[in-house]
Design a protein around this ligand. Structure first.
Ligand SMILES: *Cc1c(COP(=O)(O)O)cnc(C)c1O
Length: 363
């Protein structure tokens, strides 16, 4: 450690994203990225004028993209905050509303980044166990004496809560901030955006990284009461006023306006997801119901980590977690139909191979 690095940062826990190995080409189904390109409307938006706009700073109020997002979801631009990905939006929420020693509660099995934020900002991170069926234990969240951050649907599980259940959590105490991360909302779950005009202690976060197929553009947004959004912008102006680059703002507007393409991509993913779930169930896997662009299922007949390793040998990356509670599970992002057929073929090969080897060892 250098002489200058802060003591408190020594045990910082860095977020570990899905691996991106470069040793060979892989089919990447480990980070819930998309196998589809972003909206073709983006190319039209990227005119020479837009490219030349890079010679100036972007409007730090991000007026145009906030208006486009607001119009799309029926909110005033004053209720919209945009960031360099949902992760940054959550970062600004942390900087604006949380300080050392504050409590924040989430689920025990959820998006790892929340724990990273909590550690970085020296918060007490309260992990409320999912129920046995891996659903969020709403009663416990209603009762917990703490601010709350939850993804809906949950990652890496895939299950979603109905809006009425989230409302119970939000309505319990207006002095309790509730952040609902809707990264996967376009794949079939109901958004709790309608609650925003009813409750001033709710922030809903969404992203262009999943359903709009553009994680590389880094665009995320938060929608909340105007006052909260104003305060987040104050903090943004103190840390990184030009947080979103000019090109991302232009293409973001084009993407948010192309509702038809969004629908086309998500419908296709939902259809392939149904196929993949059916195939896995046919083979006897326990598949968790999902409203996302991934499936999460249990591998009983062999170590799940071995299945993941064998798939990697065959050029396919998926996600396995070491957490005790889900170590027998795998998460696979829904790619194209051809990609999923290949994955299923390999899963069957690997399972068969393992069975033969175990029988050989036994005899
Ligand atoms: C992928 C993901 C994000 C990250 O979104 P970015 O906009 O790429 O930063 C946030 N929350 C959850 C639950 C995710 O799965």
């Amino acid at each position: 450690m250098s002489y200058f690095f802060l003591d408190g940062y020594e045990d910082m826990e860095m977020y570990s994203p899905g691996e991106q190995p470069q040793d060979r080409p892989y089919i990447k189904l480990n980070a819930n990225e998309s196998s589809y390109p972003p909206s073709p409307a983006i190319l039209t938006a990227l005119s020479q004028v837009q490219i030349n706009s890079m010679s100036h700073y972007e409007d730090p109020y991000n007026k145009q993209i906030r208006k486009a997002i607001g119009d799309r979801y029926d909110f005033s631009p004053e209720q919209v905050f945009v960031g360099n990905g949902a992760d940054e939006v959550i970062g600004f929420i942390m900087m604006s509303f949380f300080r050392e020693g504050f409590n924040i509660a989430s689920a025990d099995i959820t998006y790892d980044f929340y724990r990273t934020y909590a550690k970085t900002f020296h918060l007490n991170y309260i992990q409320i166990p999912l129920k046995d069926d891996f659903s969020i234990d709403v009663d416990k969240f209603v009762d917990v004496d703490s601010d709350i951050i939850l993804p809906n649907p949950n990652n890496p599980i895939g299950k979603a809560l109905p809006v009425s259940e989230i409302e119970r959590i939000v309505a319990k105490d207006p002095k309790r901030l509730v952040i609902i991360d809707e990264a996967y909302i376009d794949y079939g779950a109901d958004t709790c955006l309608p609650l925003v005009n009813k409750y001033s202690n709710l922030i809903v976060v969404q992203t262009f990284s999943k359903s709009r197929n553009m994680p590389g553009a880094r665009i995320g947004f938060g929608i909340a009461d105007k006052e909260l959004i104003d305060e987040m912008r104050k903090v943004k102006f103190c840390v990184s006023p030009f947080n979103l680059n000019t090109l991302s703002q232009s293409i973001g507007i084009a993407a948010v306006n192309d509702t038809e393409y969004l629908k086309e991509c998500t419908s296709r993913t939902i259809e392939i997801r149904r196929w993949m779930q059916d195939e896995l169930m046919k083979d006897g896997y326990h598949v968790i119901p999902t409203l996302t662009n991934f499936v999460f299922f249990r591998v009983d007949h062999m170590p799940a980590s071995l299945m993941a390793a064998k798939l990697k040998e065959r050029g396919i990356l998926i996600r396995h977690y070491d957490d005790e509670r889900i170590k027998d599970y795998l998460r696979i992002t829904i790619g194209t139909r051809a990609e999923m057929e290949l994955v299923m073929k390999y899963i069957r090969e690997i399972a068969e191979e393992y069975k033969k080897e175990s029988m050989k060892k036994a005899s």
